[in-house]
Design a protein around this ligand. Structure first.
Ligand code: ADP
Ligand code: MG
Length: 277
């Protein structure tokens, strides 16, 4: 793995609002099944604190499944089973003593299709996660959280005069940033993003990429993307997933993004990053 390029976030925080420390997420020997079909086979990956990690690879190779396992969403599918472990700064997120909401509160998720609550106000969308995690907050704390979360998501200036209007009235790119703000409001230590820009126009995509680069200073980010330029623009580390002919998905190669694109070790990686399949 390359050297840490990004220093930890150093903005002068409100004293009582100390940011959650940067965390490393580590997946060890993850094997996943749907029914008796194995879709991932002993996948291990360390997603270092303060970095953006891109998961790339053809459709169906298990990237979304892997991402959902990092957030304990896989277990919501009745036929799904799992082996291996996921450690957040060394702590097992699958520890049976841990409540699901407790484990998940630190690991936010943003999906391909922006999914704000359309009829709910922008303000209430941002703080929707507080209820789920049982976090109590005063009116002032909520105001502060809404402003800082929207600012981090790069949306504050655009919406500060219309916080009471419905989230569904925003453009696609704005809705996606609203979803990012909603994730950030529960101060996650990791943000998982499953093709967050593939439903968006290039301008919105660039805005979100800039937001991610800024966010990476305080949140560890894992992004699934089919956009090779995007992987190179936003991530320091890349993992190439592949599922050969009905076999379960594996990581063929991972490491420094620039190195993987300039001089991939595996010929299959070379073909993929050069658009050959
Ligand atoms: P990717 O995100 O790389 O396109 P996925 O993780 O979505 O891949 O899918 C990996 C494999 O698991 C695919 O073969 C897919 O059909 C299968 N799969 C995904 N979700 C489910 C599910 N809920 N039930 C059964 N099979 C699934
Ligand atoms: Mg997917």
């Amino acid at each position: 793995q390359g050297p840490h390029a990004t220093p930890p976030g150093t903005q002068p925080a409100e004293p009582e609002e100390a940011a959650a420390p940067l965390a490393t997420l580590q997946a060890n020997r993850i094997t996943a099944w749907f029914g008796d079909r194995k879709v991932l086979d002993r996948v291990s990956l360390t997603m270092p604190a303060g970095q953006v990690t891109s998961l790339i690879g053809p459709s169906g190779c298990g990237k979304s499944t892997f991402l959902r396992i990092l957030n304990r969403m896989h277990e919501l599918v009745p036929s799904a089973t799992l082996a291996g472990e996921v450690l957040l700064d060394g702590e097992d997120i699958y520890d049976p003593k841990k409540k699901l909401v407790e484990a998940r509160k630190h690991i936010g998720m943003v999906f391909q299709k922006p999914n704000p609550f359309p009829a709910m106000s922008i303000y209430d969308n941002v703080i929707a996660g507080l209820k789920l995690t049982g976090t109590k907050a005063s009116r002032e704390q909520k105001d502060y959280l809404v402003e800082t979360s929207l600012a981090k998501a790069g949306l504050w200036k655009e919406v500060k005069d219309r916080l009471r209007s419905p989230g569904g009235g925003l453009s696609g790119g704005q809705q996606q940033r609203l979803c990012i703000a909603r994730s950030l409001a529960v101060t996650p230590r990791v943000l998982l993003m499953d093709e967050p820009c593939s439903a968006l126009d290039p301008t919105s995509t660039r805005v979100i990429e800039e937001t991610m680069l800024e966010l990476a200073k305080e949140v560890t980010i894992v992004i699934v993307t089919h956009n090779m330029q995007q992987a190179q623009r936003v991530s320091q580390q890349c993992a190439f997933f592949l599922a050969a002919h009905g076999k379960p998905g594996v990581i063929v190669e991972h490491g420094d993004t620039a190195a993987m694109f300039d001089s991939p070790i595996d010929p299959r990686t070379f073909d993929y990053v050069n658009g050959r399949f």
